[in-house]
Write a protein that binds this ligand. Sequence first.
Ligand code: PLP
Length: 360
Amino acid sequence: MSRVYNFSAGPACLPEEVLREAAADMLDYKGTGMGVMEMSHRTPEFEEILHTAESDLRELMGIPENYKVLFLQGGGWQQFSAVPMNLVRNGKADYIVTGQWAKKAAEEAEKYLTVNRVASSADRNFSYIPDCSDLPIDEDADYVYICQNNTIFGTKYPKLPDTKGKTLVADVSSMFLSEPIPVNEYGVIYAGVQKNAGPAGLVVSIIREDLIRDDVPAFVPTMLKWKTQADADSLFNTPNCWAIYICGLVFKWLKAKGGLSVMKAENEKKSSLLYSFLDQSEMFKGTVEKNSRSLMNIPFITGNKELDAKFIAASKAAGFENLKGHRVVGGMRASLYNAVPYRAVEDLIGFMEEFEKRER
Ligand SMILES: *Cc1c(COP(=O)(O)O)cnc(C)c1O
């Protein structure tokens, strides 16, 4: 067996310890004689997996009592619809468009309410986060929506926007558990877990209780109504048991490493190593303005498409996987999620230095 360095943006690298533990449990989870995939979600064993995952997540993120934690299906995309469906009241919402995912979320929300795009960074291909200190927030806005870390463009909000008292909703998929965040400043936080915490198909939504309402529009599907899911403690129907189990193992791994402040320090160390290399390289350049840089997703280019393609092929052959950038940015992208070791970044930079010398 040999494992590669995996820089995928998602589904992405998971901690090797977690994969080993899951492999060991595969046929016989703690003496039950069956694996977690084969187990009813109504058994005490699974209920314990679910409750432990929730309490570990609460501890890691410091989630206050008055927030519910929901383990839902349908990925990030389904929350693009669930957010307007559950929060619509005055029929208006303000969206800050900083990339593909915020754009898609705004388009989806437009089916259910009037969307005001109060800021955007489309003018420079989403290479920065706009100033959000004094936005024209609508007095009647039901919420203000952001995608806090832009997976494709590699930007992250240097600080949260001033929502002028309106409920802040954030898609944190690609920065989930990468650093501490002040949960009480948000109304809704959600994350598709396949970026930084587990297998695809599970989304964790952390929602302030007063935003979980029964009086949503009549057309809202039972499954998309947060109240349904909250009342049933994420067991309204069969949840994604396997993904919840793996996330639970990742939460334990994060706790054992010392929690999110430790992760933040590690992630800063990894990303600054790559950013410093890019800042001095004559061949490779980062595409994002300095104060908007993501800790997790780092796009870079050579400025020459053929050279980019040559680099991607050569890096793959050398054991650095999934460095091809998203088609809307081009070039390369290294996603340095929690499970990507420091050594992977050091070795990548060593490879880039050699490539630069050879190809100059
Ligand atoms: C990947 C991603 C999504 C989409 O997630 P799905 O689970 O594929 O629906 C949404 N938002 C962000 C920020 C993402 O990175």
